[in-house]
Structures are given as structure tokens and as C-alpha cells.
Design a protein around this ligand. Structure first.
Ligand code: ADP
Ligand code: MG
Length: 281
């Protein structure tokens, strides 16, 4: 059924009423929604089944659902319920009203304290996911949302991997993610540890927050890959020595020599003002 209010079109799904389009992804459109009985805000991700089936991504959607149910954490977008019709799948999620971290970065570099706070929240959420056996594999500022308290929430587990995807060698073999944020071992297509690859992406994100631009900037994709393989980047002069040192430990091409989450959490630059958020699972 449909109802109209002002100029905005409101389509009603079950107990929810949807409003404006919040964002678009590859297979999905995300709308603002309201639970009619309570008036609570939600975000509803609408996925087109036909398109997903055509591209053989149904398993991945199923995985996205299982993963989101497994990783309940203050810095991860909460999945409230899943509904489906013949043609569509609906993810009802908590509504994160502050938009993408990407928008913040697009208007320039952040102050170090602000960047650190986002990075601390990112790392605690990523640590939690890894402890549940989940690697995200598509960490980038477009998939990090901010709530009304400027708290970061990881979203879009559409490319995430679970342990059952590991082959006999215990490594992941699917190439995914966004080139500028992707770890060298993922680009090499030889099998990789999803958790270590996530840490690389966190390194690129930290660089972007502090710099306002990407560490590996190159129009030509092959040239960009070459820079990523060698971790060829330069920290801008305004980076402090401590933040520079941490970035140099994160953006290490050899995944086995890259800093671990446990070690990140012991770095003095990271620890400043850090208190581990309570996690409920
Ligand atoms: P895709 O998997 O297709 O990339 P996403 O899950 O990343 O889709 O959602 C696309 C966009 O919708 C996001 O980049 C964001 O702008 C918006 N969005 C997604 N989830 C929420 C949410 N819970 N609250 C507010 N906006 C959201
Ligand atoms: Mg996305």
C-alpha cells in the first residue's frame, strides 16, 4: 500500500513506513524508515533478488545476514530484522543518522584527536569481528557511518567472509574490496588472511583521516597496484612522529610483518583516551 505525506512518497512494508533514499550500493538501495507503532527510526536496505541471483550472489547475502547477527557491537550497525517478498529482501537496521565518514574526509583532513577517536572505534569493532571469525574485507570511509554522537559504526558486511570460506590452506581466495584500500596480498590473488588484510585497510583509513587524501594516489590502476605492493607512500609534513610510526607499521606489504590488533592496542599514540566500549553479544 502507499500513502502520501507532503512531497515525499511513503511506501509501507509490514510495520514500517519508508521515507527518503539514504544511499545506494551495488545491489541495494537504503531507505529511511519508521516503525509505525513506536515511531522509531530505522534504515531499510532493499535488495533486488533477481539481480542478486543473476550474479550468483545469493550466498553472499545469506552470509551478510549471518555475519550481522554474529557481530553485535556498539561500533557495528545493528541488524534488527530481515524480511523478504518474492522479489525483494529487506534488511531492517538501526538508523545511523550522521552519514558516511567519507563525507567528513571529503571536506578535508581531521584533527589528530578526532582521527584517533574514529580509529580507536574502528579498531575495537574490527577486533570484535575478528574474534568472532569474521573479516570485513571492504573497510573504507564509505562503509563507516557516524551516529548522532559522532560514534563510528561499521556497515556493509556485503563482502565479509566467514571461516567456512577458508580453503584447505586456511586462506581466503576471493579478490574483493576497493583497490585504493585493498591489501597487496589480496591483489596478488594467492590466498590471504582476511584479518590481516582488514588491518591494512585500517591503515589506509587512518592515513586518509589524517591527510585528507589517499596514500596510494594514481589514475592508472596498474601504477596504483605497483605502489601498493611496495607500500610506496609519503606522509604529509603535518603528521606527528607517533602517528607516522603507527601508519608505517600498518602499511607493511608483508602480512606476517604487519602489526597485529593486539600490538596496535599497545601503541601509546593509539591508547590516548582509549576505553574499550562495552560489547554485547
Ligand atoms: P552496498 O552493500 O550495496 O554497498 P551499503 O550497505 O553500503 O550498500 O549501503 C549503501 C549506503 O546506504 C551507505 O553507504 C550509507 O550511505 C547508506 N546506509 C547504509 N546503511 C545505513 C544505516 N544503517 N543508516 C543510515 N544510512 C545507511
Ligand atoms: Mg557499501
Amino acid at each position: 500500500s502507499q500513502s502520501y505525506q507532503g512531497a515525499e512518497r511513503h511506501v509501507v512494508f509490514g510495520k514500517y513506513e519508508t521515507g527518503k533514499l539514504l544511499g545506494k550500493g551495488t545491489f541495494a538501495k537504503v531507505y529511511y524508515g519508521k516503525e509505525m507503532a513506536s515511531g522509531d527510526s530505522v534504515a531499510i536496505k532493499v535488495i533486488n533478488k533477481d539481480q542478486v541471483k543473476k550474479e550468483g550472489m545469493m550466498d553472499q547475502i545469506q552470509r551478510e545476514i549471518s555475519v550481522m547477527r554474529m557481530v553485535r557491537h556498539p561500533n557495528v550497525v545493528e541488524l534488527k530484522e530481515v524480511m523478504a517478498t518474492k522479489t525483494k529482501i529487506f534488511f531492517v537496521m538501526e538508523y545511523v543518522r550522521g552519514g558516511e565518514l567519507f563525507a567528513k574526509v571529503a571536506s578535508g583532513k581531521l584533527k589528530e584527536d578526532q582521527a584517533r577517536r574514529y580509529f580507536q572505534q574502528l579498531i575495537s569493532a574490527v577486533d570484535f569481528c575478528h574474534s568472532r571469525g569474521v573479516s570485513h574485507r571492504d573497510l573504507k570511509p564509505e562503509n563507516l557511518l557516524l551516529d548522532e554522537n559522532e560514534d563510528l559504526k561499521i556497515s556493509d558486511f556485503g563482502l565479509s567472509a566467514l571461516p567456512e570460506q577458508l580453503r584447505h590452506d586456511g586462506l581466503l581466495h576471493t579478490q574483493c574490496g576497493t583497490p585504493a584500500y585493498v591489501a597487496p596480498e589480496v591483489l596478488r590473488k594467492k590466498g590471504y588472511d582476511g584479518s590481516k588484510a582488514d588491518i591494512w585497510s585500517c591503515g589506509v583509513i587512518l592515513f586518509v583521516l589524517l591527510a585528507g587524501f589517499l596514500p596510494f594516489r594514481e589514475e592508472n590502476l596498474m601504477k596504483m597496484y605497483r605502489k601498493i605492493f611496495k607500500a610506496e607512500f609519503e606522509c604529509p609534513k603535518w603528521f606527528t612522529a607517533e602517528s607516522k610510526r603507527l601508519i608505517c607499521k600498518l602499511l607493511v606489504p608483508d602480512p606476517d610483518r604487519r602489526i597485529t590488533i593486539q600490538a596496535i592496542m599497545r601503541v601509546p599514540w593509539f591508547c590516548k583516551g582509549f576505553s574499550r566500549p562495552p560489547s554485547f553479544s
